[in-house]
Design a protein around this ligand. Sequence first.
Ligand code: UDP
Ligand code: MG
Length: 323
Amino acid sequence: MKPTVQLSIIVPFLNERESLPELLRQLRQAMDEDALHRLFTEPFTYELLMVDDGSTDGSLEWLEEQQAAVAELHILSFQRNFGKTAALSAGFRFARGEYIVSIDADLQDDPFAIRELVTKLQGGYDMVSGWKQDRKDPLSKTLASRLFNSVTRRVTGIPLHDFNCGLKAYRRNVVKMLDLHGEMHRYIPVVVQWNGFRVAEQPVRHNPRRYGTTKYGISRVFPGLFDLLTVLFITRYLKRPMHFFGMLSFLSFITGFGISLYVTVEKYLFNQAAGNRPILFLGILLIILAAQFLSIGLLGEMLTRNHRSTPDYVLKRSGDIPE
Ligand code: UDP
Ligand code: MG
């Protein structure tokens, strides 16, 4: 499908009733800016795709009342709370824009920064991630997110300061390729860059939360780090699990074999009893683990061949090649 508007703005929200009126006002004002319109050659059109992630505070009802007056406003809603990742993913699926921007609903992100993100996209990037350079959140959150960002930066080698900013902009083909699960919205830049797209960052203004409460406390740090492990595995090894488990198996076997050899040599050459030595059990354990890793790797390979999945590449098409 061809894009039918220039810009889609996706707003995931959960119980943000008090913020919504101001948010809607600010977003519409930002979309009315001439400076934004001048970035496009064709007449500027946009859509506001608000995704209700199971709110129970009347947010959805209030928004629905506004639809008659705001032609650009479209609403998707979940039956229950499925999480921010799911809300973004639904928004991406139905977005009709050439460029797609996500923004939080709590007024912490600045709608007027959207223009800067789009400008950067037009400079040749596929995705631009906001950077809350001066983050206005309690210290506990700021510290946790520092830790999270620096671990992610080190492990992935992607030099972003802020992986989890609500404000992000994408070219259409990027979001249509994304396959998000769990709580993976934190790692979108990682997945995007691993697929060979160019990712940039742009400092954005950040406001303290005015209404409502945060949905992501400090308890999210550990799940977040486990998600990093999953993302690393999925992006690097999903299509070749044997390379991952094979390596573990190899290391485990070599160590286990070395230990067993050592114990055996000591027994027969130096007459040392082997049966009561703790290290013997470590050796045996490692060899058994090696066999298990190898079988998991093989099972993984069988799974990747059996389930019909998307290809392992992302490509551009030029000329008239139908889907
Ligand atoms: N949000 C959501 N579903 C959830 C949790 C949060 O749609 O399960 C929305 C929330 O309404 C807000 C954005 O995601 O628009 C970011 O959440 P929040 O402000 O609580 O996170 P923080 O800024 O504190 O990290
Ligand atoms: Mg927030």
